[in-house]
Design a protein. Structure first.
Length: 209
């Protein structure tokens, strides 16, 4: 009669403990989610609390459904590419993909004489410029790039942590050592977030949150 040994909580001093596995999963998931989410530029009336709550809400959604966030970022990139093509077709060669992301994230605000300021996207900017209601926005890429320098340190820590986790799992597999389902889930989560970050890389340079 075959029996299967079952192990409960394993303390860290006895080897690779349960806490070590959980910590790697939680820490890596948190870092990947935090740096891969590039939310829209907050409204002037948004406070720090509302911005943080919105970010945490999207982080939870990204952890529960990473493929959902990946689909959104893919759509945002496609929309920004269409915006870029429209500007280039209209003869605006200074407009870049980074400008398109920044506009679609709410980076440009229209100040109307008889209305409160409100954000406009790239398609609306092009229509207003072509019809003579606005001058072409004189915002260079460097100005947009500078808005995300604060995220550089967090991105570096995330890269180190994710590379260590993936290498750790690969070496355990090569040595024919067991890899937990939680670790495999984390690796797949990292891959999904990596693809999401690629799609929204330019958006990260435009984000102010």
């Amino acid at each position: 009669m075959n029996t299967t040994d079952r192990h409960g909580w394993v303390s860290s001093p006895d080897g690779r403990g349960t806490f070590d596995i959980l910590w790697n999963y939680l820490f890596t998931s948190f870092l990947c989610t935090w740096v891969s989410l590039h939310l829209n530029v907050p409204a002037p009336e948004d406070g720090e609390t509302s911005i943080l709550v919105r970010k945490l809400r999207w982080m939870l959604q990204a952890i529960l459904g990473p493929e959902f966030v990946l689909a959104i970022t893919t759509g945002q990139r496609a929309k920004a590419k269409r915006c870029l093509d429209a500007f280039r077709s209209a003869g605006h060669e200074k407009w870049t993909l980074r400008h398109a992301f920044y506009a679609n994230m709410g980076g440009f605000t229209l100040q109307s004489p008889d209305h409160v300021p409100f954000p406009i996207n790239g398609k609306q900017i092009l229509w207003l410029v072509d019809h003579g209601f606005l001058c072409f926005p004189e915002v260079d890429e460097r100005s947009i790039w500078d808005k995300s320098k604060a995220d550089t340190f967090a991105k570096c820590i995330t890269c180190v942590q994710t590379v260590w986790l993936v290498v750790h799992c690969v070496f355990r597999a090569v040595q024919q050592l067991p890899v937990t389902t939680l670790e495999l889930t984390t690796v797949s989560f990292v891959i999904c977030k990596f693809n999401s970050s690629l799609n929204s890389f330019l958006a990260s340079k435009a984000s102010t949150t």
